[in-house]
Every structure is written in structure tokens, then in C-alpha cells.
Design a protein around this ligand. Structure first.
Ligand code: PHE
Ligand code: ZN
Length: 882
């Protein structure tokens, strides 16, 4: 079949814009079916650009042009040329004023890019290239303009009219419509533009900045949700304070507004002064939201707020630099959450996510560097690599510099580049200058894809007390990058003595032993050797403490050593990691031996951990959580879907029956405190208690089953309700599973009017390991509450099944794959971004056995055959098949 392949955009082709836009005036006459947009652009030729043929080329898509004039004179058709995705204005003077009037249809916009309808409101999403669906513009981040916006609307339908910046007056027009003005004094790229119009209520608070300015804070929600904004507001205020204290960054506008919308492709968006959020990351009450939801809200509210400096005041030169704002801002929100809760637990959660999402991406067909060098569709590059690995790369620099020098370096960054659109290289240059170090080799972390592997070997010479460590680094090849160069990798090392104490790490050549504790070794060469002196006994190495670099570590630990580190390592992260490695070993061995027999030593290690009454419950819950099926699959040469599921269930049941008394004791302890709060301690108790309960129910423990039922019936808070419901639904015996079904029906009755809770109801069923789950998911597509045009709902049902239920999605008969193929083809014309993201599990086809490979490929090939595929889906499918 003939197809014209969509064009590739390359970093190496970057050219500065030929024209700049200093000022923009926009007037939107808002209507759900036909909105009129009048734009006036003050344009000027860019002195820094090479001169083209004199034509001005503006981006624009899905726009109906109604009028166009230059410096006040209407243009004749010969003076411009209209194309599908752009407008050429011939021979424009070096300075000019361009006026256009276009019409757009928000109601038809199911892609949710540009101006669209969500429930009864109108809202926008412009990152990355959505502004071109609103008006003709230089829709690229290195064109920064001052925006003045007027919103005209029927005050009965759209009483609230918001845009970026500060309010600048309003009036009532002769026809009764209202016209509200906004002015944003800070030049910004078009992707940060936003408007919202709707019948919304505001939850208000106030923040006084370090310099004493009182800033009104408003969270706008649909009526009825006012009582679910408390946590988001508190998180915002904490984030504003934290950014002042930790980075010296003060808020800069007179107002700060947030809007929660129900239809949103991503988590949230940092539009200047007007953050737009997926309602999921704002709305929460203890009865409707889990602890994980509350934590997500705190992190995302902070993330979007932090973008005001890292993203908005200093933005990206081009979309290849996306990690400039995202990697840095994720690092900032991770540190914020660490400061608000438990640093140790936060680190574990972040690494768990990195390993579950970014590592597989980095070894698959869509692997790309933190700073990609080409793309077909930029929307496909809002990835775990750009976000989470990008954050790790910033974290390594922060750790290399240490807190004081890192602060000096970020101060320099803000001072030097405020108001500019810059590159990741500009950021690293500030780290070098402010930190006084050389990051030449380190820069490869931005340009080289793939997860480096560290192979460690050691030996110990008792006669001289010398411990030798040899570390080899190797980065596997990735698409387009067959050869890799060595990276500068900070390796945090501790040496643990037989009593579990840290030894001093004294390197050969050093005359004095340092204080006992962690040392950071710099790896730069393919092979590095270290000699450590003064080791009276053979140490157990504690490698990569705190996960000091985003690498895959290999060291031939014995099971005794892992149990030892799990119990004694002074580094909390490595205690957790040792437990994970131990569990992984046991599970993979069970798969290999086709057995469900569990080694007694493993249960002993778990028992010992459970009996430690001094342990932080949240940390203990992390330690006692088995690696996920997805993660275990990643550790195998060929993913054994059924084997992994079988042994993981068997191990959970063995824990539940073998340690029933200990689990009951811990469960009882976690339940002893009354009331609900969101303190780290309380969330930790709930996490630990629910984990114990899940093990007990998995083993069919009669008391555990009763407790789960009671916990569900108690309806104390969503964390406990969902946990109980999940365990009941997964219970091994038919009677309990039937009780689970009943509970599920009750859950629906109670929450039918709460969309975010209903999402949980869909996801719970989609993730069930019951053999008939696919049939149920197919039935749920017909449920009146299901909708293909609401991304949260699509993720809750289709996404949860395809990405969160490996054993049923990867059923050997290929039913799951056919199901996903069908859904992607239905979704692509509606919302390409969502369709493309759902594809992810099938891009991993090479990791499975021949039968599954063939079935997944068949679906990918079938999708590729379809005419009129979006660039989003085309790019992911074609690269997966390469
Ligand atoms: N820039 C947003 C963030 O990370 C993410 C986003 C990207 C939202 C594209 C919408 C569209 O905070
Ligand atoms: Zn972001």
C-alpha cells in the first residue's frame, strides 16, 4: 500500500524564527459550536535569523479564516496563501501588525488540543502545538510575546471568564454579553496560553509572598465539588512557600488561578497564572480519594506551580529541550514531596516508577535520549525518559554539586536566562559554572539513550585488609544509536561489616581513613578499579546507595548477603532494594523450576521484618511489597506471563498462610488508632495494614476474609474501602469472590454520581485476574457510564486492562491484543494522543514468546494498514515494527 510518511522534525535542523511577535491581542467571542477569534500580532523581523524570501509563515490548523489584514489594510487573495496547516503571507515588511479573524468549533474538538468543551465549560490545552488550533501564529516556544486577552460570552452560560496574567477590567456589551479583559505582563510562548469559561465556583485562599505581596489564590471547580479542594489548596500554599525557601523563587503575578476539568489528556498544565488540571489531581475527600490520590495531588499541584519559574519564566528553545523544564520540575516536585513526607519512602516510589516505566521504554523500540534528536509527533515524547530519567539526570548534578553549590548554580540559571527560551546545554553550563565542576562527559546523559548496566566484581585480601572493586559500564544499543560512549556515573558505595555497621571507605592513596559511611565514586572509563584499604574483615558492599544513578546494577550477591543488607544496611533505599532483589530471585527461581514451593529462608526474612515494631510502617510496606508482574517480566529473557502470575500468587499465599500470626498482629496494630488524617504515619499504617490483609485473604485466611468484609462495610475512607474491595474480588474461594461482587455492586450504587470514584470502579474490574475479565471489560464498554471521549474513563477501563493486567491482556489466545487493536482504531480519529499512549504494551512485543509476538505484530500491522492514521499512532506503530 502507498502511503506518504509524515515528516520528521530534527534537532539538527533548528533555525531561529524569522519573525518575532512582541505583542498579541486576542478577542474570543465564546460559543460551544462556533467561537470567533480575532488576533492582532505585532511582528518584527528577527535580527538573529537568516533572511528567507520575505514571506511570513504562520501555523494554523482546523481554522476557518474569515478576515485578514496587514497594517490595517485587508489583504487580497493574491497576497496570502492558505494551506491545511499554515498560512503564508507574502512579502511582509520588517515590522507590521497582522490582524486575522478565524472561526473554530470547540464542541467538535475531541482531540482536546486547542479550545474544547469539557462538561459545560470551555477550556484550552495548548502544549505542545495546540495554540495553532486557536489562531494563526508562530506556534513555537522560542517566540515569546506579551498577551492581552478579551473574552466575550453570555454571562448566564459562562459567568466565569479566565485567562493568563492579571485581571484588566470588564464591561457589559450592548447585546448583553460580558467582556472580560486579562493582561499577562510576562512574555510567554503560545503553549502557555489558556482560557477557561464556565459556570464555576471558586474556592479561595491567600498567600503572602516573602516580599509581603498578598496573592489571592482561587481553585475553580464545577458546583458541587467545593468540598474537595482543601488538600489541593493546602498543597499549593506549601509549594509556594517551599519554592521561596529552597530556590528563592517568589510568585510574580497578582493572582493565581487553578481550574479542575473533567476531560483532560494529561495530568495538568502550567499555563501562566492559570493552571488547568485534570480533576483527578485536584478533587479529593477522604471518602472519595485514596492516600495515593492525595499524594498525587500534592505532587502535581506543586509540579505545575514550580513550572512558573522552571518552564514559564525560563522556557524551552524548541521541543527537543522539553526535559529542560520537565526533568528539572519533576526533580523539584520530588524533592518537595520528600520534604513534606518521608524522604526515604518517596525515593523508593520514584525509583519503582522509573524502573517500571522508564527502563522498559529505554530498552524498547521508542527508546530516545533525555534530549531526543528527532520526532514525528512531539506529543509522543512526553515520556518517562524526558520526565523521570530527566529528573534523575538533574538529581545527579544536584548531588555532584551538593546543596550549597547547587543553589548557587540554580540562582545563576534564573538570573542569566530569565525571560528567555533556552536549551538543556544552557542549564548544564550553569551547573558547571555555579558548581565549579566539569560536566563535559556528564552531558552524554542528555544525548545518549539506553540504561547503562554496571557489572561489579570484587575480591578481598585478608592479609592486607584490602578490598578491591571492579566496575564495568556498558550501555546496550538503542534505535539509531548502535555504539555507546562511557558515561560519567556517580556510584554511591558503602561497605558494611559483619555487625551491620558502615566501615570507612579509604581509597588507596589516601593517608587517612574518612568517617565511616557512604562515598561517591566517579565512574568515567568503561572499566574502573578501586582499592579500599583498612578493611579488617570482608565487607558486604552496599552499591548504588539511594539509587545514585539511573542504571541497572549487577553484583553476584548471595541470598545471605541480601537478607543481611535487607536487615542491616544503613541506607534505607538499599534495604528495600535488597528485599526486592531477594523476592525477585525467589520468584524467578520458582518460575524456572515450575514450582510453588517457597524457600523457608525467604519467609524467615519477611517474618523478621514484620516483627520489627520500631520500623516505619510506610517503609515496611514498601519492603514487604512483592515486585510487580510487569517488573518481573522485564527481568526475563522471554516474558513468561502465566508463570510469573502463578508464582507471584503462590508466594503471596505462602506469605499469608506461613506468616498469618505475624500479619494479624501487624494488621491489628495498624488498626488501633482512631480517626483519619493524612500524616505520613497514618498513611503508612493504612498501607501496611492493607498489605497484610491482602496476604491473608490471598491465603484464604478465614479471619482475614472477615476483616476485609468488615473493613469494606465500615466505609471509613477510600484507601481502606478500595483495598478491601480489591482483596475480596481477588479472593481464591468462590464464596468470597461472590461477596466481592456484591460489594462491587454496592460501591457502584453509592458512587454513581462521582466520576473520579467511578473510574476506580471501572479500573478495579479491568485489573481483576479472573479468567473472564476480558469479557467483562467488553461488556463494560457498553455501560452507560463508559465514554470513549473522556480520557480518564478510557484509561480506567482500557488502559487499566492493557497496562495493569498482564496475565489477562497477554492471554495466549490473543484476545486481549485484538481488543486493544479495535479500541485504538476507534480512538485514533477521536483523540490521537490517547490512542497512541494506549499502544504502549504492544510496543513490547519482542519480549514475548513466538505465539504472542505473532499476534501482537498482527495487530500492529493491521493498525498500520489503516488509512488516515494520526501521526501519533503512526509513529509509535511504525517504530515498533522496525
Ligand atoms: N506540561 C505538563 C506538565 O508536565 C504536561 C502536559 C503536556 C499537559 C502536554 C498537557 C499537554 O506539567
Ligand atoms: Zn511538567
Amino acid at each position: 500500500m502507498y502511503r506518504t510518511t509524515p515528516p520528521v522534525t530534527r534537532l539538527s535542523d533548528y533555525q531561529p524564527p524569522e519573525f518575532l511577535i512582541d505583542d498579541v491581542s486576542l478577542r474570543l467571542e465564546l460559543d460551544a459550536e462556533q467561537t470567533a477569534v480575532d488576533a492582532e500580532l505585532s511582528l518584527r523581523r528577527n535580527p538573529a535569523a537568516t533572511r528567507g524570501n520575505g514571506d511570513l509563515r504562520l501555523d494554523g490548523e482546523h481554522l476557518a479564516l474569515e478576515a485578514i489584514s496587514l497594517n490595517g489594510r485587508a489583504l487580497t487573495p493574491a497576497e496570502y496563501q492558505l494551506e491545511d496547516d499554515h498560512l503564508l503571507v507574502h512579502r511582509v515588511p520588517d515590522r507590521c501588525r497582522l490582524q486575522t479573524r478565524v472561526r473554530i468549533n470547540p464542541a467538535e474538538n475531541t482531540a482536546l488540543e486547542g479550545l474544547y468543551v469539557s462538561g459545560g465549560m470551555l477550556c484550552t490545552q495548548c502544549e505542545a502545538e495546540g495554540f495553532r488550533r486557536i489562531t494563526y501564529f508562530l506556534d513555537r516556544p522560542d517566540v515569546m510575546a506579551r498577551f492581552r486577552v478579551s473574552l466575550v460570552a453570555d454571562p448566564a452560560r459562562y459567568p466565569v471568564l479566565l485567562s493568563n496574567g492579571n485581571p484588566a477590567g470588564e464591561e457589559t456589551l450592548a447585546d448583553g454579553r460580558r467582556c472580560v479583559h486579562w493582561e499577562d505582563p510576562f512574555p510567554k510562548p503560545s503553549y502557555l496560553f489558556a482560557i477557561v469559561a464556565g459556570d464555576l465556583v471558586a474556592v479561595e485562599d491567600r498567600f503572602t509572598t516573602a516580599s509581603g505581596r498578598a496573592i489571592p489564590l482561587c481553585i475553580y471547580v464545577e458546583p458541587g465539588n467545593e468540598d474537595k479542594c482543601d488538600h489541593a489548596m493546602r498543597s499549593l500554599i506549601k509549594a509556594m512557600r517551599w519554592d521561596e525557601e529552597r530556590y528563592g523563587r517568589e510568585y510574580d503575578l497578582d493572582v493565581f488561578n487553578i481550574v479542575a476539568v473533567s476531560h483532560f489528556n494529561m495530568g495538568a498544565m502550567e499555563n501562566k497564572g492559570l493552571n488547568v488540571f485534570n480533576a483527578k489531581y485536584i478533587l479529593a475527600r477522604p471518602e472519595t480519594a485514596t492516600d495515593a490520590d492525595f499524594a498525587g495531588i500534592e505532587g502535581v499541584v506543586a509540579h505545575e506551580y514550580f513550572h512558573n519559574w522552571t518552564g514559564n519564566r525560563i522556557t524551552c528553545r524548541d521541543w527537543f529541550q522539553l526535559s529542560l523544564k520537565e526533568g528539572l520540575t519533576v526533580y523539584r516536585d520530588q524533592e518537595f514531596s520528600a520534604d513534606m513526607g518521608s524522604r526515604g519512602v518517596k525515593r523508593i516510589e520514584d525509583v519503582r516508577l522509573l524502573r517500571a516505566r522508564q527502563f522498559p521504554e529505554d530498552s524498547g523500540p521508542m527508546a530516545h535520549p533525555v534530549r531526543p534528536d528527532s520526532y514525528i509527533e512531539i506529543n509522543n515524547f512526553y515520556t518517562a525518559t524526558v520526565y523521570e530519567k530527566g529528573a534523575e539526570v538533574v538529581r545527579m548534578q544536584a548531588n555532584l554539586l551538593g546543596p550549597e553549590r547547587f543553589r548557587k548554580a540554580t540562582d545563576l540559571y534564573f538570573e542569566r536566562f530569565d525571560g528567555q527560551a533556552v536549551t538543556t546545554d544552557d542549564f548544564v553550563a550553569c551547573m558547571e559554572e555555579g558548581g565549579g565542576i566539569d560536566l563535559t562527559q556528564f552531558r552524554r546523559w542528555y544525548s545518549q539513550a539506553g540504561t547503562p548496566q554496571l557489572d561489579c566484581e570484587d575480591d578481598y585480601d585478608a592479609a592486607t585488609g584490602t578490598y578491591r572493586l571492579e566496575v564495568r559500564q556498558h550501555t546496550p544499543s538503542t534505535p539509531g544509536q548502535p555504539e555507546k560512549q562511557p558515561l560519567h556515573i556517580p556510584l554511591a558505595l558503602g561497605l558494611v561489616d559483619a555487625e551491620g555497621r558502615d566501615m570507612p571507605v579509604q581509597l588507596a592513596g589516601e593517608s587517612q581513613p574518612p568517617a565511616p559511611g557512604t562515598r561517591i565514586l566517579a565512574l568515567r572509563q568503561p572499566v574502573e578499579r578501586f582499592e579500599i584499604l583498612g578493611c579488617a574483615t570482608r565487607p558486604v558492599p552496599s552499591l548504588l546507595r539511594g539509587f545514585s544513578a539511573p542504571v541497572q546494577l549487577c553484583y553476584p550477591y548471595t541470598e545471605e548477603q541480601l537478607s543481611f543488607l535487607m536487615a542491616h544496611d544503613s541506607d534505607g533505599f538499599n534495604r528495600w532494594d535488597a528485599a526486592q532483589t531477594l523476592a525477585q530471585r525467589v520468584l524467578l527461581a520458582m518460575v524456572d523450576d515450575a514450582t510453588t514451593a517457597v524457600p523457608a529462608s525467604f519467609l524467615d526474612a519477611f517474618r523478621e521484618a514484620l516483627q520489627d515494631e520500631t520500623a516505619d510502617p510506610a517503609l515496611l510496606a514498601e519492603v514487604l511489597t512483592l515486585p510487580s508482574e510487569g517488573y518481573l517480566g522485564e527481568q526475563m529473557t522471554v516474558v513468561d506471563v502465566d508463570g510469573i502470575h502463578r508464582v507471584r500468587q503462590a508466594l503471596a499465599a505462602a506469605i499469608g498462610s506461613g506468616l498469618a500470626a505475624e500479619l494479624q498482629a501487624v494488621y491489628a496494630r495498624t488498626r488501633s488508632e482512631e480517626g483519619f488524617d493524612l500524616s505520613h504515619a497514618a498513611m503508612g499504617r493504612r498501607a501496611l495494614g492493607n498489605l497484610c490483609l491482602a496476604y491473608l485473604v490471598r491465603a484464604g485466611d478465614a479471619q482475614g476474609l472477615e476483616q476485609a468484609q468488615r473493613q469494606f462495610d465500615g466505609q471509613a475512607n477510600m484507601t481502606d474501602v478500595i483495598a478491601a474491595l480489591r482483596t475480596l474480588l481477588e479472593a481464591p474461594d468462590a464464596e468470597t469472590a461472590a461477596a466481592g461482587e456484591q460489594a462491587l455492586a454496592g460501591f457502584y450504587e453509592r458512587w454513581a454520581d462521582e466520576p473520579l470514584v467511578l473510574d476506580k470502579w471501572f479500573a478495579l474490574q479491568a485489573q481483576s485476574s479472573r479468567p473472564d475479565t476480558l469479557a467483562r471489560v467488553e461488556r463494560l464498554l457498553e455501560h452507560p457510564a463508559f465514554s470513549l471521549t473522556n480520557p480518564n474513563r478510557v484509561r480506567a477501563l482500557i488502559g487499566a486492562f492493557a497496562s495493569g493486567n498482564p496475565v489477562r491482556f497477554h492471554a495466549a489466545d490473543g484476545g486481549g491484543y485484538r481488543f486493544l487493536g479495535d479500541r485504538i482504531l476507534e480512538l485514533d480519529p477521536l483523540n490521537p494522543q490517547i490512542a497512541s499512549r494506549l499502544l504502549y504494551p504492544m510496543t513490547r512485543w519482542r519480549r514475548y514468546d513466538a505465539g504472542r509476538q505473532q499476534q501482537m505484530r498482527a495487530q500492529l500491522e493491521r493498525i498500520l494498514e489503516v488509512e488516515g492514521l494520526s501521526n501519533d499512532v503512526y509513529e509509535v506503530v511504525s517504530k515498533s515494527l522496525e
